[in-house]
Design a binder for this molecule. Structure first.
Ligand code: FE2
Ligand code: FE2
Length: 165
């Protein structure tokens, strides 16, 4: 009886995830295919992962978790795609510009860039501006979607950094 219930629940969850994965790309397609966003492919991020792929990973997990918790999954995914739109190679950035605080300054830069190309709602703004908490001590998320992003971003960053290839 319990076994049957568990199997049915797992099947139901898998089916839901498959449906949300299909929906996911439809919701972010215009952002993911924008020329400014595609430029992120040129910049390495964590390990062998570039900025674009990292943002896609964060957007995907944001969408899944926010769907699960009945939050604004569309905004969380779109802002996830934009959260690291700083458009430079952070590995050489400090040497070139003297900005040694990339960890704290890049959310503002990403927000400024994103605002130039997209109309952002308050949830999207919160996700982008506050995703680096707790590095940005007093700049913390005000929305659940923003809090979820602080976790998905670090989770994806850790997986990407430790991936070997
Ligand atoms: Fe970031
Ligand atoms: Fe990130």
């Amino acid at each position: 009886m319990i076994h049957k219930f568990r199997t049915q629940t797992i099947k139901k969850l898998r089916k839901m995830r498959r449906r949300w994965t299909k929906e996911f790309y439809r919701e972010i397609a215009d952002v993911a295919e924008h020329p400014a966003v595609l430029r992120m492919k040129k910049f390495p991020h964590h390990g062998s992962t570039n900025c674009y792929q990292h943002c896609m990973n964060v957007a995907y997990y944001n969408y899944q978790w926010c769907k699960f918790f009945h939050l604004d999954a569309r905004s969380a995914a779109r802002a996830g795609m934009l959260h690291d739109l700083f458009l430079y190679d952070w590995h050489t950035h400090a040497k070139k510009t003297g900005d040694y605080f990339h960890g704290m300054t890049h959310p503002g830069r990403a927000y400024k860039n994103a605002r130039r190309f997209f109309r952002l709602n308050p949830v999207e703004r919160d996700v982008i501006v506050n995703h680096m908490w707790p590095v940005t001590l007093f700049s913390f998320p005000r929305t659940f979607e923003g809090w979820i992003t602080t976790v998905t971003d670090k989770y994806c960053g850790a997986c990407e950094t430790s991936r070997r290839n």
